[in-house]
Design a protein around this ligand. Sequence first.
Ligand code: FAD
Length: 385
Amino acid sequence: MHTTVDVVVVGGGVIGTSITYYLAKQGVNVCLVERNDIASGTSSAAANGVALQTKPPGPKQNLAQASARLFRNLSEELDADIELSNEGGMLVAETEEQLELISDKAQKAAKSGLTIEILSRKQTLARQPCLAPHIIGSAYCAADSTVNPYLLAFAFARAAKRHGADVQTFTEVTAIEHQAGQITAVVTNRGKILTDTVVNAAGVWSPKVAEMVGLQLPVEPRKGELFVTEPVPPLVRGIVISASYLLSKALPAGDADPRQMTAGAYTAQARRGNLVIGSTRQFAGYNRSSSFHGIQKLAQLTTTLIPAVGKLHVLRSYSGLRPASPDGLPILGRAAELPGFVLAAGHEGDGIALSPITGQYIADLISGQLSEEALVPFSPQRFSN
Ligand SMILES: Cc1cc2nc3c(=O)[nH]c(=O)nc-3n(C[C@H](O)[C@H](O)[C@H](O)COP(=O)(O)OP(=O)(O)OC[C@H]3O[C@@H](n4cnc5c(N)ncnc54)[C@H](O)[C@@H]3O)c2cc1C
């Protein structure tokens, strides 16, 4: 392990590996520290969507579009197959109200430069013959794509190493030393690394890393369950999402119980033919167990939309913890109290899609090529009051 570096990145998920890659590419002397293996946290418990149309117009939509532009050449850039597939995504309406909701969203998205076509029932079934006949239309976004999150994180880490980054797995950060508003060292269970800059990319564990420097970070685990079917010949093109998924994704409003499970159907077929089917949402602490109720709910929602799924065998189910911030936007930028402590957390259900741009922006911020003002909507300071 190098004992003195310019930057230590804590966390080897898609966010930490991406930041390490973009820093190393700029020639920064960077060390990534991950307590388990690469992608052993939420990044290996995700679905595979790089969806644009599910993001609300505004800062998150703009961030997602910038990230999608980076995805275009990422396989070549990282010299790795990340199973990127550009088959588009479909939000499917089963009721008139849902059709109105997705049509309204499509109009708003157009103002942010995102093209979403509203397809009739006939056009929808022509594009996606697996759908049930009761559907009444869809919103189709050609810019939506899928990727293998696991391969993505490993590709970032390997490419970072080729650019000179030191990647330390099975190494846990146990303390961060600081003095007079300046970071001096990161303490791990395998030794100390001297540095003046630390990036906290520890996903749902980022509040615990922030506590090491006396800061509070409002990131909470939002559990999500998924299951994977046996591989089948091509059945689903790109991503198919029920319009009701959008409601399940929204943060609980008013007096809604945050511990109540919500679910929306998400289906995408992976390269090898398996269907990835998600997902539930629930604030349930750090509990990562799969529940019969959750999988049953997802199976019911999905077979209503795609009846052929009802005949498939389920290979495995799993769940992951989305790092949720109070307003649904990621937290990106320097801590005001300790400018050497940089935050890159709170990506909730969008961290895979937002990983390239997060890496690029955080690297640019640290190397002085991007101003703090450019990241204002995501500033950690927005929670100070
Ligand atoms: C069910 C589900 C479906 C999803 N689907 C999608 C999707 O389709 N598209 C999308 O864009 N996003 C999706 N997401 C969201 C996405 O998975 C997350 O936003 C993303 O993985 C977060 O990445 P991360 O790097 O911040 O966190 P993680 O991947 O959790 O990485 C954080 C790492 O920090 C390490 N760590 C923690 N503490 C320490 C320490 N003290 N020392 C060293 N290392 C430490 C952990 O071991 C972990 O590996 C989904 C999430 C879930 C749960």
